[in-house]
Design a binder for this molecule. Structure first.
Ligand SMILES: Cc1cc2nc3c(=O)[nH]c(=O)nc-3n(C[C@H](O)[C@H](O)[C@H](O)COP(=O)(O)O)c2cc1C
Length: 216
């Protein structure tokens, strides 16, 4: 393959600024105001798509995109298969990193936190709210396992669809939510001349948030 030189790819960041005096004491409030602005003003396609990085059983970090489905002062919730590669990684090591990149707003947020399973009744509630197709998909997919072919997946889905005709589909116990309780959040706002704004919050004694500006 012929090599491709990307050294002239360069973008000027100039849409917003992030000043310490404008930031709230609680980083979740800043997360919320950035999220809403990105979603409603910058019209990002999938504002709730985030990268979740885990430390795998093989010792390597691995990152993949999942969808944020809820956030509160407690943390950030996403849904997945608990027996997937990420599910097993989290159960062995709950330290994870979430990150959001919103190019239209020239913003990035990086969150370190500890993941844990949410209560089963909460996962039940969300599973019930999903379309039938997604519910069946969650059952049919042994996420992250090797499969023989696409056809196997389609045939299994068809068989499952028939067996559940007219019936409610129960949540499989291996599928549910994780909540990531944050310990550190870093907000990055692109600025001209690569002199970007970075504000980092850290949780002290499980209670108070401290705030610092980082050099770009
Ligand atoms: C935009 C987007 C959204 C996704 N949302 C989810 C999700 O909410 N939950 C999930 O388990 N996988 C989701 N995936 C698939 C994951 O990126 C990944 O392929 C899958 O979870 C298996 O990862 P693992 O083998 O590392 O566990 C999404 C992928 C993309 C590109």
């Amino acid at each position: 393959m012929e090599e491709q030189d990307l050294s002239s790819y360069r973008k000027v960041y100039e849409k917003r600024e992030l000043l310490t005096e404008d930031t709230p004491e609680n980083p979740l409030e800043l997360f919320r105001s950035w999220f809403l602005e990105v979603d409603q003003h910058f019209l990002e396609d999938e504002t709730n798509a985030m990268t979740v990085s885990t430390i795998g059983l093989d010792g390597f970090p691995k990152s993949r995109v999942v969808l944020l489905k809820r956030y509160t002062y407690e943390g950030f919730i996403f849904y997945t298969n608990y027996e997937s590669e990420k599910g097993k990684a989290i159960l062995a090591n709950p330290n994870v990193c979430l990150s959001f990149f919103w190019p239209k707003a020239e913003r990035q947020i990086i969150i370190k936190g500890k993941a844990e399973k949410i209560p089963e009744n909460m996962s039940d509630g969300y599973f019930e709210s999903r379309p039938r197709g997604s519910q069946l998909g969650a059952i049919v997919s042994q996420q992250s396992e090797v499969i023989e072919s696409r056809d196997v997946l389609d045939l299994n889905l068809k068989a499952l669809e028939e067996s559940f005709t007219g019936k409610e589909i129960p949540r499989p116990e291996y599928w549910g939510g994780f909540i990531v309780r944050p310990v550190e959040l870093e907000f990055w706002q692109g600025r001209p001349n690569r002199l970007h704004d970075r504000i980092r919050y850290k949780l002290e004694d499980n209670y108070d948030w401290t705030k610092e500006r980082l050099s770009p």
